[in-house]
Write a protein that binds this ligand. Structure first.
Ligand SMILES: [Zn+2]
Length: 192
């Protein structure tokens, strides 16, 4: 087990499309999961934030995510996580990431999702997530496809340094209330 360096914006491994894990119970996968957990723990202490880490962030281009949400007491290692269902509402989130820790990015995320994944014994699970947990897992699964929150920047002026944002906003403004997703096709029709 080891604390690894968290790869920073500009490192090509963050852009890799990660390989599915074929043997979740193998020692190699266990090692990645242990290192992710140790690195997340250390990073939480260092930055005072963070709830999850994806394998490419420690340089391992495989589909493994660890989650550690204190309030919800949710500690999970997710192998090959996949969004299998999406609700009809979106919300706006000022998202952050250990790979660019000083920056916040406004993104749109689905408010409710269902995620399927395997645990480290290869047992399948399905998890229904709402709000912050849904947003978190969309962010982490994006990492496994080489997608960063920066790529999903939404609306006017979608970037802010964390310190500047904090001067102007309350922490609860990080999340907007959910609202029905606009159907892009209908929007096009009604504007023409
Ligand atoms: Zn991230």
């Amino acid at each position: 087990m080891a604390i690894r360096r968290i790869r920073q914006l500009g490192d090509p491994v963050l852009r890799a499309r990660c390989q599915p894990v074929e043997r979740p119970a193998s020692a190699a996968v266990r090692l990645v999961a242990d290192d992710l957990r140790d690195t997340l723990k250390a990073a939480k202490k260092q930055y005072g934030m963070g709830r999850a880490l994806a394998a490419p962030q420690i340089g391992a281009p495989v589909r493994v995510v660890v989650v550690d949400v204190e309030g919800a007491k949710q500690r999970m290692t997710m192998v090959n996580p996949e969004v299998t269902d999406v609700g009809s509402e979106d919300f706006e989130v000022w998202d952050d990431c250990f790979s660019f820790p000083d920056l916040l990015v406004r993104v749109n995320r689905a408010y409710r999702i269902t995620v399927s994944y395997l645990d480290l014994r290869g047992k399948p699970h399905s998890l229904e997530c709402v709000g912050p947990m849904a947003e978190l897992l969309q962010h982490e699964i994006d990492h496994l496809d080489g997608i960063l929150a920066l790529d999903r920047a939404a609306g006017n002026d979608p970037f802010a340094y964390r310190d500047e944002w904090a001067k102007l906003h309350d922490p609860q403004e990080r999340y907007s209330p959910p609202r029905l997703r606009e159907a892009p096709d209908e929007a096009l029709v009604s504007s023409s």
